[in-house]
Every structure is written in structure tokens, then in C-alpha cells.
Design a protein around this ligand. Structure first.
Ligand SMILES: *[C@@H]1O[C@H](CO)[C@@H](O)[C@H](O)[C@H]1NC(C)=O
Ligand SMILES: *[C@@H]1O[C@H](CO)[C@@H](O)[C@H](O)[C@H]1NC(C)=O
Length: 405
């Protein structure tokens, strides 16, 4: 057990006349016993040997001999001349030296540089994302390693390859804390990535802990596989109002369309004058028979499970006071339908499934009497246009008919 805790790095043996010096780097696990052998010492007393140590616990060199008392519970010389530290701590890092004289009078020096380590718990990814949005920075999760010594480092891997933070597509926020009592380290590493649009759809992330001492095994988290949504960022929530400008005659129709080409389609809620409208979520809000109560500012809010809500710009809906009855109302209803068709076209083109959610109609005023508005002006205009177009044809036809025979 004790011997297992002692891992010799390499040994430099200098032969200088009668003196042999063994120089060795030792790593020892915190809390475990450590035995350092005094080279060249007789296996049994009487022995001529002396241990000297300079560690985090000593102010200068501390001397221990086989005849002397043990140093509290920190260290003592064993009958065979070796030095035993029953439970190594961070304070025991330092230099240990032994000078022994064999029965034949040959002097041997041992020199150890002791470093200690603690293996942290298995690293874990806390708060992992459930999915990522391409083209925008996403938090993947925070990798945590607890209780290690020395600090070591955390690395993120994407599909088994180390991710190198470049401050753009990949960025990492690290934090190192030290436990005030045990002196052990807790590392946090928060990974942000911006998946490329059209890149891998199911990337696998994992995190590994690399110990601060060489020749120690790395520790790995369980991998997490995420789904990448290739979509326009939710930031681009567009509110389109028809007719443009949002001004209609009384009784006209206003169509508000919230365009969020994000996938999966977010939930769209509507806000009027800063207050949510008591309506089921939907991407299109239809205001038929617009009255004074409908005037105000409207905006839409898109909510996506992995993002915060995003609000569109606000548009105002107002009524044009005409004074004349039925002068412009009719002209509004035509465009209203055109708008609907146009909007359907836009949504269809974007390939969103937003329309599945349907159109919602904000129609509070059940008691309001639907005033029938005719469309005389429109028809008149159309007839006039047709008449103008036909005019040049008539004289031609007249000429050909008269000039023929
Ligand atoms: C011991 O480790 C130190 C630092 O890690 C290194 O500079 C030195 O060369 C090593 N010495 C031996 C004898 O291994
Ligand atoms: C001295 O004794 C200890 C404990 O029994 C043992 O671990 C160590 O290897 C011994 N040293 C030598 C040089 O035999």
C-alpha cells in the first residue's frame, strides 16, 4: 500500500567517491501513508543515519533520527531506517533528505522531492443544454471537477476532439476555487459554442479533467448529445402590419403577422399597449371591424424553450377619421384579404409550420353592429380604368371597319 503510493519519477545516481546520492521525485496521494527509504542504511539498529526535511510544515530544516522521538503524528523513523508519514497532506510537499553510513563506513545520501496529489471526483456536466441554435452563441453546460490537487485543468471535447477556445465560435469561462480547509480545488468550465449553420446536427460534447501532475490518468464525463436547430435566430422577430402603417377606416381590417422563422416554431403571444392579450398563442392576429377600442400599440412575443422570450418592435393601429360614410372602408377590405394571401405566401415560402397554429381573431365587441360596407368606389375605379384602356381600341376598330370595303 505504502509502496504503491510512492511513484518514482526517475532516479539520478551520482557517484562521487564514497558518496552515493539518489535524487528522486516522488508523488504521494493525500491521506495515504508514504515511506521513504534511507538508501545505504543498515536494515536494523544500530544505524548511523539522519533524516532532514523541509516542507510546508517546517520553518527550516527539521531533523529526525532513529533514536529521537517521532514528530507528532507527522513523521517517524522506522526500525529499518525508512521515514514513515502515516497520512500525507498538502503541507508535506517539500524536500526530504537522508544521510546514512553503512557498517563498512560508506556514506549514502538520499534526496527526495515530494509532491502530493488528490484525485478529484468524476467530472460532471451540470446544467447541460437540451438543444442548440445554429448561428448564435449557446451555453452547452458547465463542467465541474471537485476535490482535486493540484488544480489540474478541464478540457471540452466535441465528438471526441479537444475544443480549443477561440473566443468566437468556442469560448470557455473558467473558475478555480480552493476549499479553505482542505486546500483542494474545485474547477468550473462553462462552454459556449456557436454551431455553424448547416453543420453537424447531433454533436456530442464531453469534458475531461487533466491532472496537474504528469503521468496521472485523465478523467472523463459522460458525453452529452445535443440537437442543433438550424434556424434564423429568434432575435429576428418581425411584426408585419397590413395595411402598412396600421391606419384604417372604422370597420376595416388590420392583420398583424409575427414572423419568426425559428425552428421549432416558437409560441407567439400578443401584447397590446404593454399588456398581454387574453388569446391563445398564434402567429397571426386579425382585427376585423376595427373600432376605437382597437387603437393602440401592438407587439408580439416569441417564446422558445431554450431561449428567453423575444419581443418584436411595436406597431400602432389607428383609425383614419374620414367623416364621410363608407368612403374608405371598402378599399380596406380588399387589401385585407390581399394581405392575408400575401402573408400566407410569405409564411409558406419560409417553410415554417407557424400557420398550423392558425390565425387568431381579436374580436371583443360581440355587441358591435357590423355595418355593411359596400365597395362602390372600387368598382367605379375599376370601370373607369377599363374604359380608359378600351378607348384607344375603339377608334382603331372603327377605322378598320370603315376603311375595309
Ligand atoms: C523533479 O521535478 C522537477 C519539477 O517538476 C524537475 O525540474 C526536476 O528535474 C525533477 N528531478 C528529478 C530528479 O526527477
Ligand atoms: C522499511 O519498512 C517499511 C515498513 O515495514 C517498508 O515499507 C519499507 O519498504 C522498508 N524499507 C526497506 C528499505 O526495506
Amino acid at each position: 500500500m505504502a509502496a504503491g503510493a510512492v511513484v518514482g519519477a526517475w532516479m539520478l545516481v551520482l557517484s562521487l567517491g564514497g558518496t552515493v546520492t539518489g535524487d528522486q521525485n516522488i508523488t504521494a496521494r493525500i491521506g495515504k501513508p508514504l515511506v521513504l527509504n534511507c538508501k545505504g542504511a543498515p536494515k536494523k539498529p544500530p544505524q548511523q543515519l539522519e533524516w532532514k526535511l523541509n516542507t510546508g510544515r517546517t520553518e527550516a530544516w527539521k531533523v529526525l533520527s532513529p533514536q529521537g522521538d517521532p514528530w507528532d503524528s507527522v513523521a517517524r523513523v522506522l526500525p529499518n531506517g525508512s521515514l514513515l508519514l502515516p497520512a500525507v497532506g498538502i503541507q508535506d510537499e517539500g524536500t526530504f533528505r537522508c544521510r546514512a553510513t553503512s557498517r563498512s563506513g560508506k556514506e549514502t545520501k538520499s534526496n527526495y522531492r515530494v509532491r502530493v496529489y488528490q484525485i478529484p471526483g468524476k467530472p460532471e456536466i451540470v446544467d447541460p443544454a437540451s438543444e442548440l441554435m445554429a448561428g448564435v452563441p449557446n451555453k452547452v453546460g458547465t463542467c465541474v471537477s471537485e476535490g482535486g490537487y493540484p488544480a489540474g485543468t478541464l478540457n471540452w471535447l466535441l465528438d471526441g476532439k479537444t475544443l480549443i477556445p477561440d473566443g468566437k465560435g468556442v469560448s470557455v469561462k473558467e473558475e478555480t476555487k480552493r476549499h479553505p480547509k482542505t486546500g483542494l480545488f474545485t474547477l468550473h468550465s462553462e462552454l459556449m459554442v456557436t454551431p455553424a449553420r448547416g453543420g453537424a446536427l447531433h454533436p456530442t460534447f464531453s469534458c475531461s479533467f487533466t491532472p496537474g501532475l504528469p503521468r496521472r490518468r485523465a478523467l472523463h464525463t459522460a458525453p452529452i448529445q445535443l440537437r442543433v436547430w438550424n434556424a434564423v435566430p429568434l432575435k429576428e422577430v418581425q411584426l408585419v402590419v397590413e395595411p402598412e402603417g396600421g391606419a384604417v377606416a372604422p370597420g376595416g381590417t388590420v392583420t398583424l403577422t409575427c414572423e419568426t422563422p425559428a425552428q421549432p416554431p416558437p409560441q407567439i403571444h400578443w401584447i397590446k399597449d404593454g399588456r398581454p392579450l387574453p388569446l391563445p398563442p398564434g402567429p397571426m392576429l386579425l382585427l376585423p371591424e376595427v373600432g376605437p377600442e382597437d387603437q393602440g400599440t401592438y407587439s408580439c412575443v416569441a417564446t422558445h424553450p431554450s431561449h428567453g422570450p423575444q419581443e418584436s418592435r411595436a406597431v400602432s393601429v389607428s383609425i383614419i377619421e374620414t367623416g364621410e360614410e363608407g368612403t374608405t372602408a371598402g378599399s380596406v377590405e380588399g387589401p385585407g384579404l390581399e394581405t392575408l394571401a400575401l402573408t400566407l405566401g410569405i409564411l409558406g415560402g419560409l417553410g415554417t409550420v407557424a400557420l398550423l397554429i392558425g390565425v387568431i381573431v381579436w374580436h371583443r365587441r360581440r355587441q358591435r353592429k357590423g355595418q355593411e360596407r359596400k365597395v362602390p368606389e372600387n368598382q367605379e375605379e375599376e370601370e373607369e380604368e377599363r374604359a380608359e384602356l378600351n378607348q384607344p381600341e375603339e377608334p382603331e376598330a372603327a377605322e378598320s371597319s370603315t376603311g375595309g370595303p
